[in-house]
Design a binder for this molecule. Structure first.
Ligand code: PGA
Length: 244
């Protein structure tokens, strides 16, 4: 039985103080029935981590460097994130891929995540052009296979299917469509772990649609952007996910 996941990706939003206040408002969320993760910006991790320390809400970073300690100005190493209390790291988000994070870099980041004890949340997703081309599944399976080349299947990892055309647009895949794509993605996973790996849907998830996605057999969780920036809407999503 795969436990459901609700992950909030704050992206580059909120000041540190605002982020800390948002975290304070999550402390009383009932997270007993689902795994809840928040991914604030790097600058917020220490203070948000301190607020969430007394809860079962886990901390994630939004990315990590392909390198370890050294002369890499502006980069943040997985070791630093683990030391700050992160247990997860998002890799391959389409907004990072859009800035040059190709499959090869994603693979290196996955390896660094495993080396530093972080669980990677590996994002994949097609843009509108690929969606309309009829090549969607081939494209997604290519992203999955490339990522799997870097995966240590003795350790935990997750995939998040986020169609780019659904991110921040208010458009979503239908729950049936998410189920069918995620079912195909599961089919690409190594047999011995395919039933254990959690695969999330992301793209304009909110309280009103979360239950529809999570009622599908293969959809194990949601990765939430915009609706994770308000405590009330994020808690309503956690609540909805807890009742599926
Ligand atoms: P959204 O973002 O919920 O604002 O569409 C999802 C994501 O990018 O992870």
């Amino acid at each position: 039985m795969r436990r459901k996941v609700v992950a909030g990706n704050w992206k580059m939003n909120t000041t540190v103080s605002e982020g800390e206040k948002l975290a304070e408002r999550l402390v009383d969320a009932d997270v007993s029935a689902v795994d809840v993760i928040v991914a604030p910006p790097f600058t917020h991790l220490d203070r948000v981590g301190s607020v969430l320390e007394k809860t079962d809400i886990a901390l994630a970073a939004q990315t990590l460097s392909v390198d370890t300690f050294g002369a890499h100005t502006g980069e943040v190493a997985g070791e630093m994130l683990a030391d700050l209390g992160c247990s997860y790291v998002i890799v391959g988000h389409s907004e990072s891929r859009g800035r040059g994070e190709n499959d090869e870099i994603v693979a290196q980041k996955i390896e660094r995540a495993f080396e530093t004890g972080l669980t990677p949340i590996i994002c994949i997703g097609e843009d509108e052009e690929v969606y309309n081309s009829g090549e969607r599944l081939d494209f997604l399976k290519g992203q999955v296979r490339s990522a799997l080349g870097a995966v240590d299947s003795s350790k935990a990892f997750m995939f998040a299917y986020e169609p780019i055309w659904a991110i921040g647009t208010g458009k979503t895949a239908s729950a049936d469509d998410a189920q069918s794509v995620i079912g195909e993605i599961r089919g690409e996973l190594p047999k011995e772990v395919a039933d254990d790996i959690r695969i999330l849907y992301g793209g304009s998830v909110k309280a009103e649609n979360v239950e529809g996605f999570l009622s599908k057999d293969d959809v194990d969780g949601v990765l939430v952007g915009g609706a994770s920036l308000k405590a009330d809407s994020f808690k309503a999503i956690i609540d909805g996910a807890s009742h599926v």
